[in-house]
Ligand binder design. Structure first.
Ligand code: CP
Ligand code: NVA
Length: 308
């Protein structure tokens, strides 16, 4: 059963767009006070090997909001932390719950779990991808710009899990994407090559953030050292210094550009406080959208799996 969300590149534009549209509808309904019970009687397990505030709480709130139940398990406290094989964990958890939402290091972990699980496995961040986050980001761009068609999106900073997911999103939706990354910190070359082959528009990787940001309608930044890279934090501070999104750099994009950050943010590093708190920042709408996207994802994957 291929009913997992491991990477955006596995999906068609139609499927991803339907998740975003459903999330927008669920958001509007929630604001009108509509409460759903569509996942009543279902349970998900969150299996997290890295810290989380937004993803954990928004998945939990989304599941409860649809009438379902949640079991949270940190990998460290589980038998996985003592070396129990992923293939056993996947098969056991599949007998208890209706989906497994995983935050971990290697992409091979979610792939191995998916290979053995008989329920959907959802990637809630690996070192390679953060697909659910980029879906919320696209939802936010769509809400703000009313379309994704031709919207120039720009990524400034590390070519990390978020950048890789943005690259796949651009190739699927066909919007123009430009990244500015320091030398040696570009996105994954294999992902980039595959995305370029699929994309109707160029996906451009530059060094110069000032050049990249020209004409941008949505500018995304993220921490310079991701979870698991804490030892490189000091070194990266120096290497990424010219990649800070400050008011002067943002001004090159123009007043209509929106600023996205998946959070948590390091003010004074990848972005200034002024920009993050400024009128072009949509970070809290973006954070809220995680919950609506997660609701749409859970509904889609759990119900699709059961109906099949
Ligand atoms: N954006 C995001 O994934 O945040 P958390 O690490 O808090 O889940
Ligand atoms: N790139 C960051 C995203 C955090 C939500 C990390 O992996 O730590």
């Amino acid at each position: 059963m291929n009913n997992h969300l491991l990477a955006l590149g596995d999906f068609s534009q139609e499927t991803l767009r339907s998740l975003i549209d459903r999330a927008i509808a669920l958001k509007a309904e929630r604001k009108r006070g509509v409460r759903h019970q569509v996942l009543a009687g279902r349970t998900i397990c969150l299996l997290f090997e890295k810290p989380s505030t937004r993803t954990r709480v928004s998945f939990e709130a989304a599941m409860y909001g649809l009438g379902g139940q949640v079991i949270f398990m940190s990998a460290k406290e589980s038998q996985l932390g003592r070396g129990e094989p992923l293939k056993d964990t996947a098969r056991v958890l599949s007998r208890y719950v209706d989906a497994i939402v995983v935050r971990t290091f290697g992409q091979h972990v979610v792939e191995e779990l998916a290979r053995y699980a008989t329920v959907p496995v959802i990637n809630a961040l690996t070192d390679l991808y953060h697909p659910c986050q980029v879906l919320s980001d696209l939802m936010t761009v769509l809400e703000m710009k009313k379309t994704l068609d031709g919207v120039k999106c720009v990524w400034i900073g590390d070519g990390n899990n978020m950048a890789n997911a943005w690259i796949e999103a651009a190739s699927i939706f066909g919007f123009p994407l430009t990244l500015a990354c320091p030398a040696g910190f570009g996105p994954d070359e294999t992902i980039l090559a595959k995305a370029r082959a699929r994309s109707p528009l160029p996906i451009v990787v530059l060094r110069d953030p000032a050049e990249a940001i020209r004409g941008a309608e949505a500018v995304s930044v993220d921490v310079w050292a991701s979870m698991g890279q804490e030892a490189e934090q000091e070194q990266r501070l120096g290497l990424f210094r010219d990649y800070q999104l400050d008011a002067a750099l943002l001004a090159k994009a123009g007043r209509e550009a929106i600023v996205l950050h998946c959070l948590p943010a390091h003010r004074g590093e990848e972005v200034t406080d002024e920009v993050l708190e400024g009128p072009q920042s949509v970070i809290f709408e973006q954070a809220e959208n995680k919950m609506h996207i997660h609701a749409a994802i859970l509904e889609h994957f759990i119900l699709k799996g059961k109906a099949a």
